[in-house]
Ligand binder design. Sequence first.
Ligand SMILES: [Ca+2]
Length: 324
Amino acid sequence: MGSGRLVGQFLTVARGATHWMPLCLMFLAALYALPSRGQSASVPGYVFQDCPTCPSMVVVPSGQFVMGEERVSRMRDDSLRPHGPERRINIPQAFAVARFEVSEAEFSDFVTDSGHRMESDCELSDEEVADGVGRAPGALPAVCVSWRDATAYVEWLAYSTGLPYRLLTEAEWEYVARAGSREEWPWGATTQDICRYANVLDESAMRVLSDHPVSRVPDAAANCSDGAATRSPKGRYVANSFGVYDMVGNVWEWVADCSVLPYPDRPTDGSAVLLEADQCTHRAIRGGSWRSRLERQRVTFRGRDPEDTRSDIFGFRVARSLSD
Ligand SMILES: [Ca+2]
């Protein structure tokens, strides 16, 4: 990560610290972080919030898994995108992950409190605007968020609570998305039930995307209806076995890593792949979206974009290291 930019972001957050809200969050975080009697903050499945407006978190266990897949995807420019090589990853410690993607309301709290500037030409698509009529404000996942915005959010949350919030690493993301499954999809071998588990490019989305290029891609959509033509509010579909929602579909999720293709040999301990700032041309972003072809919904598909890219289908979720 570029140290100069990080310092700038920290100063932005630090200036926001003169506001009462971070102090209030710190105090409330201290109270909320205390586990209830008989519970431990590091027990897998334990759900907690560090403050009333903080993301809802769940503890996921340590473990091993095979990351990646011996597969390639053909991209729009006809290049081939590797999903591998397969490699065994050891996640040495339990950690906490947000049960949901960061919502518009949560991100708005951050922008208001920190004064973070969002200079962007990113706008919602016509399909989203039409679909958004009458929807509850703030309940949808935040979009038009760059990797830098997402990083500034987790730094603000960490500063405000005094707790080690951060982005997931790419390895952690795939570990959480698989949630212990060795099948091709987190819920089984096929996409037959995908509309129960995820908001993807489905029949309802295809009805509003008839003029979009994705409508001309063979086998792009699921042969079912998930009931959401565009973004869906958090937690509408079935959680995975770790108790986490929307890892597949809804909006893409930025992760911490510099994206290196194909995977380098190391690290294999679940930590992020990091490069010098001038070599880190792309950041990793995972999980597909409501407008992404099915191939991109695979837990092994490796999305990547420059870290200042904002898109109406790009969001993120937070993670937190556990100290005990
Ligand atoms: Ca959908």
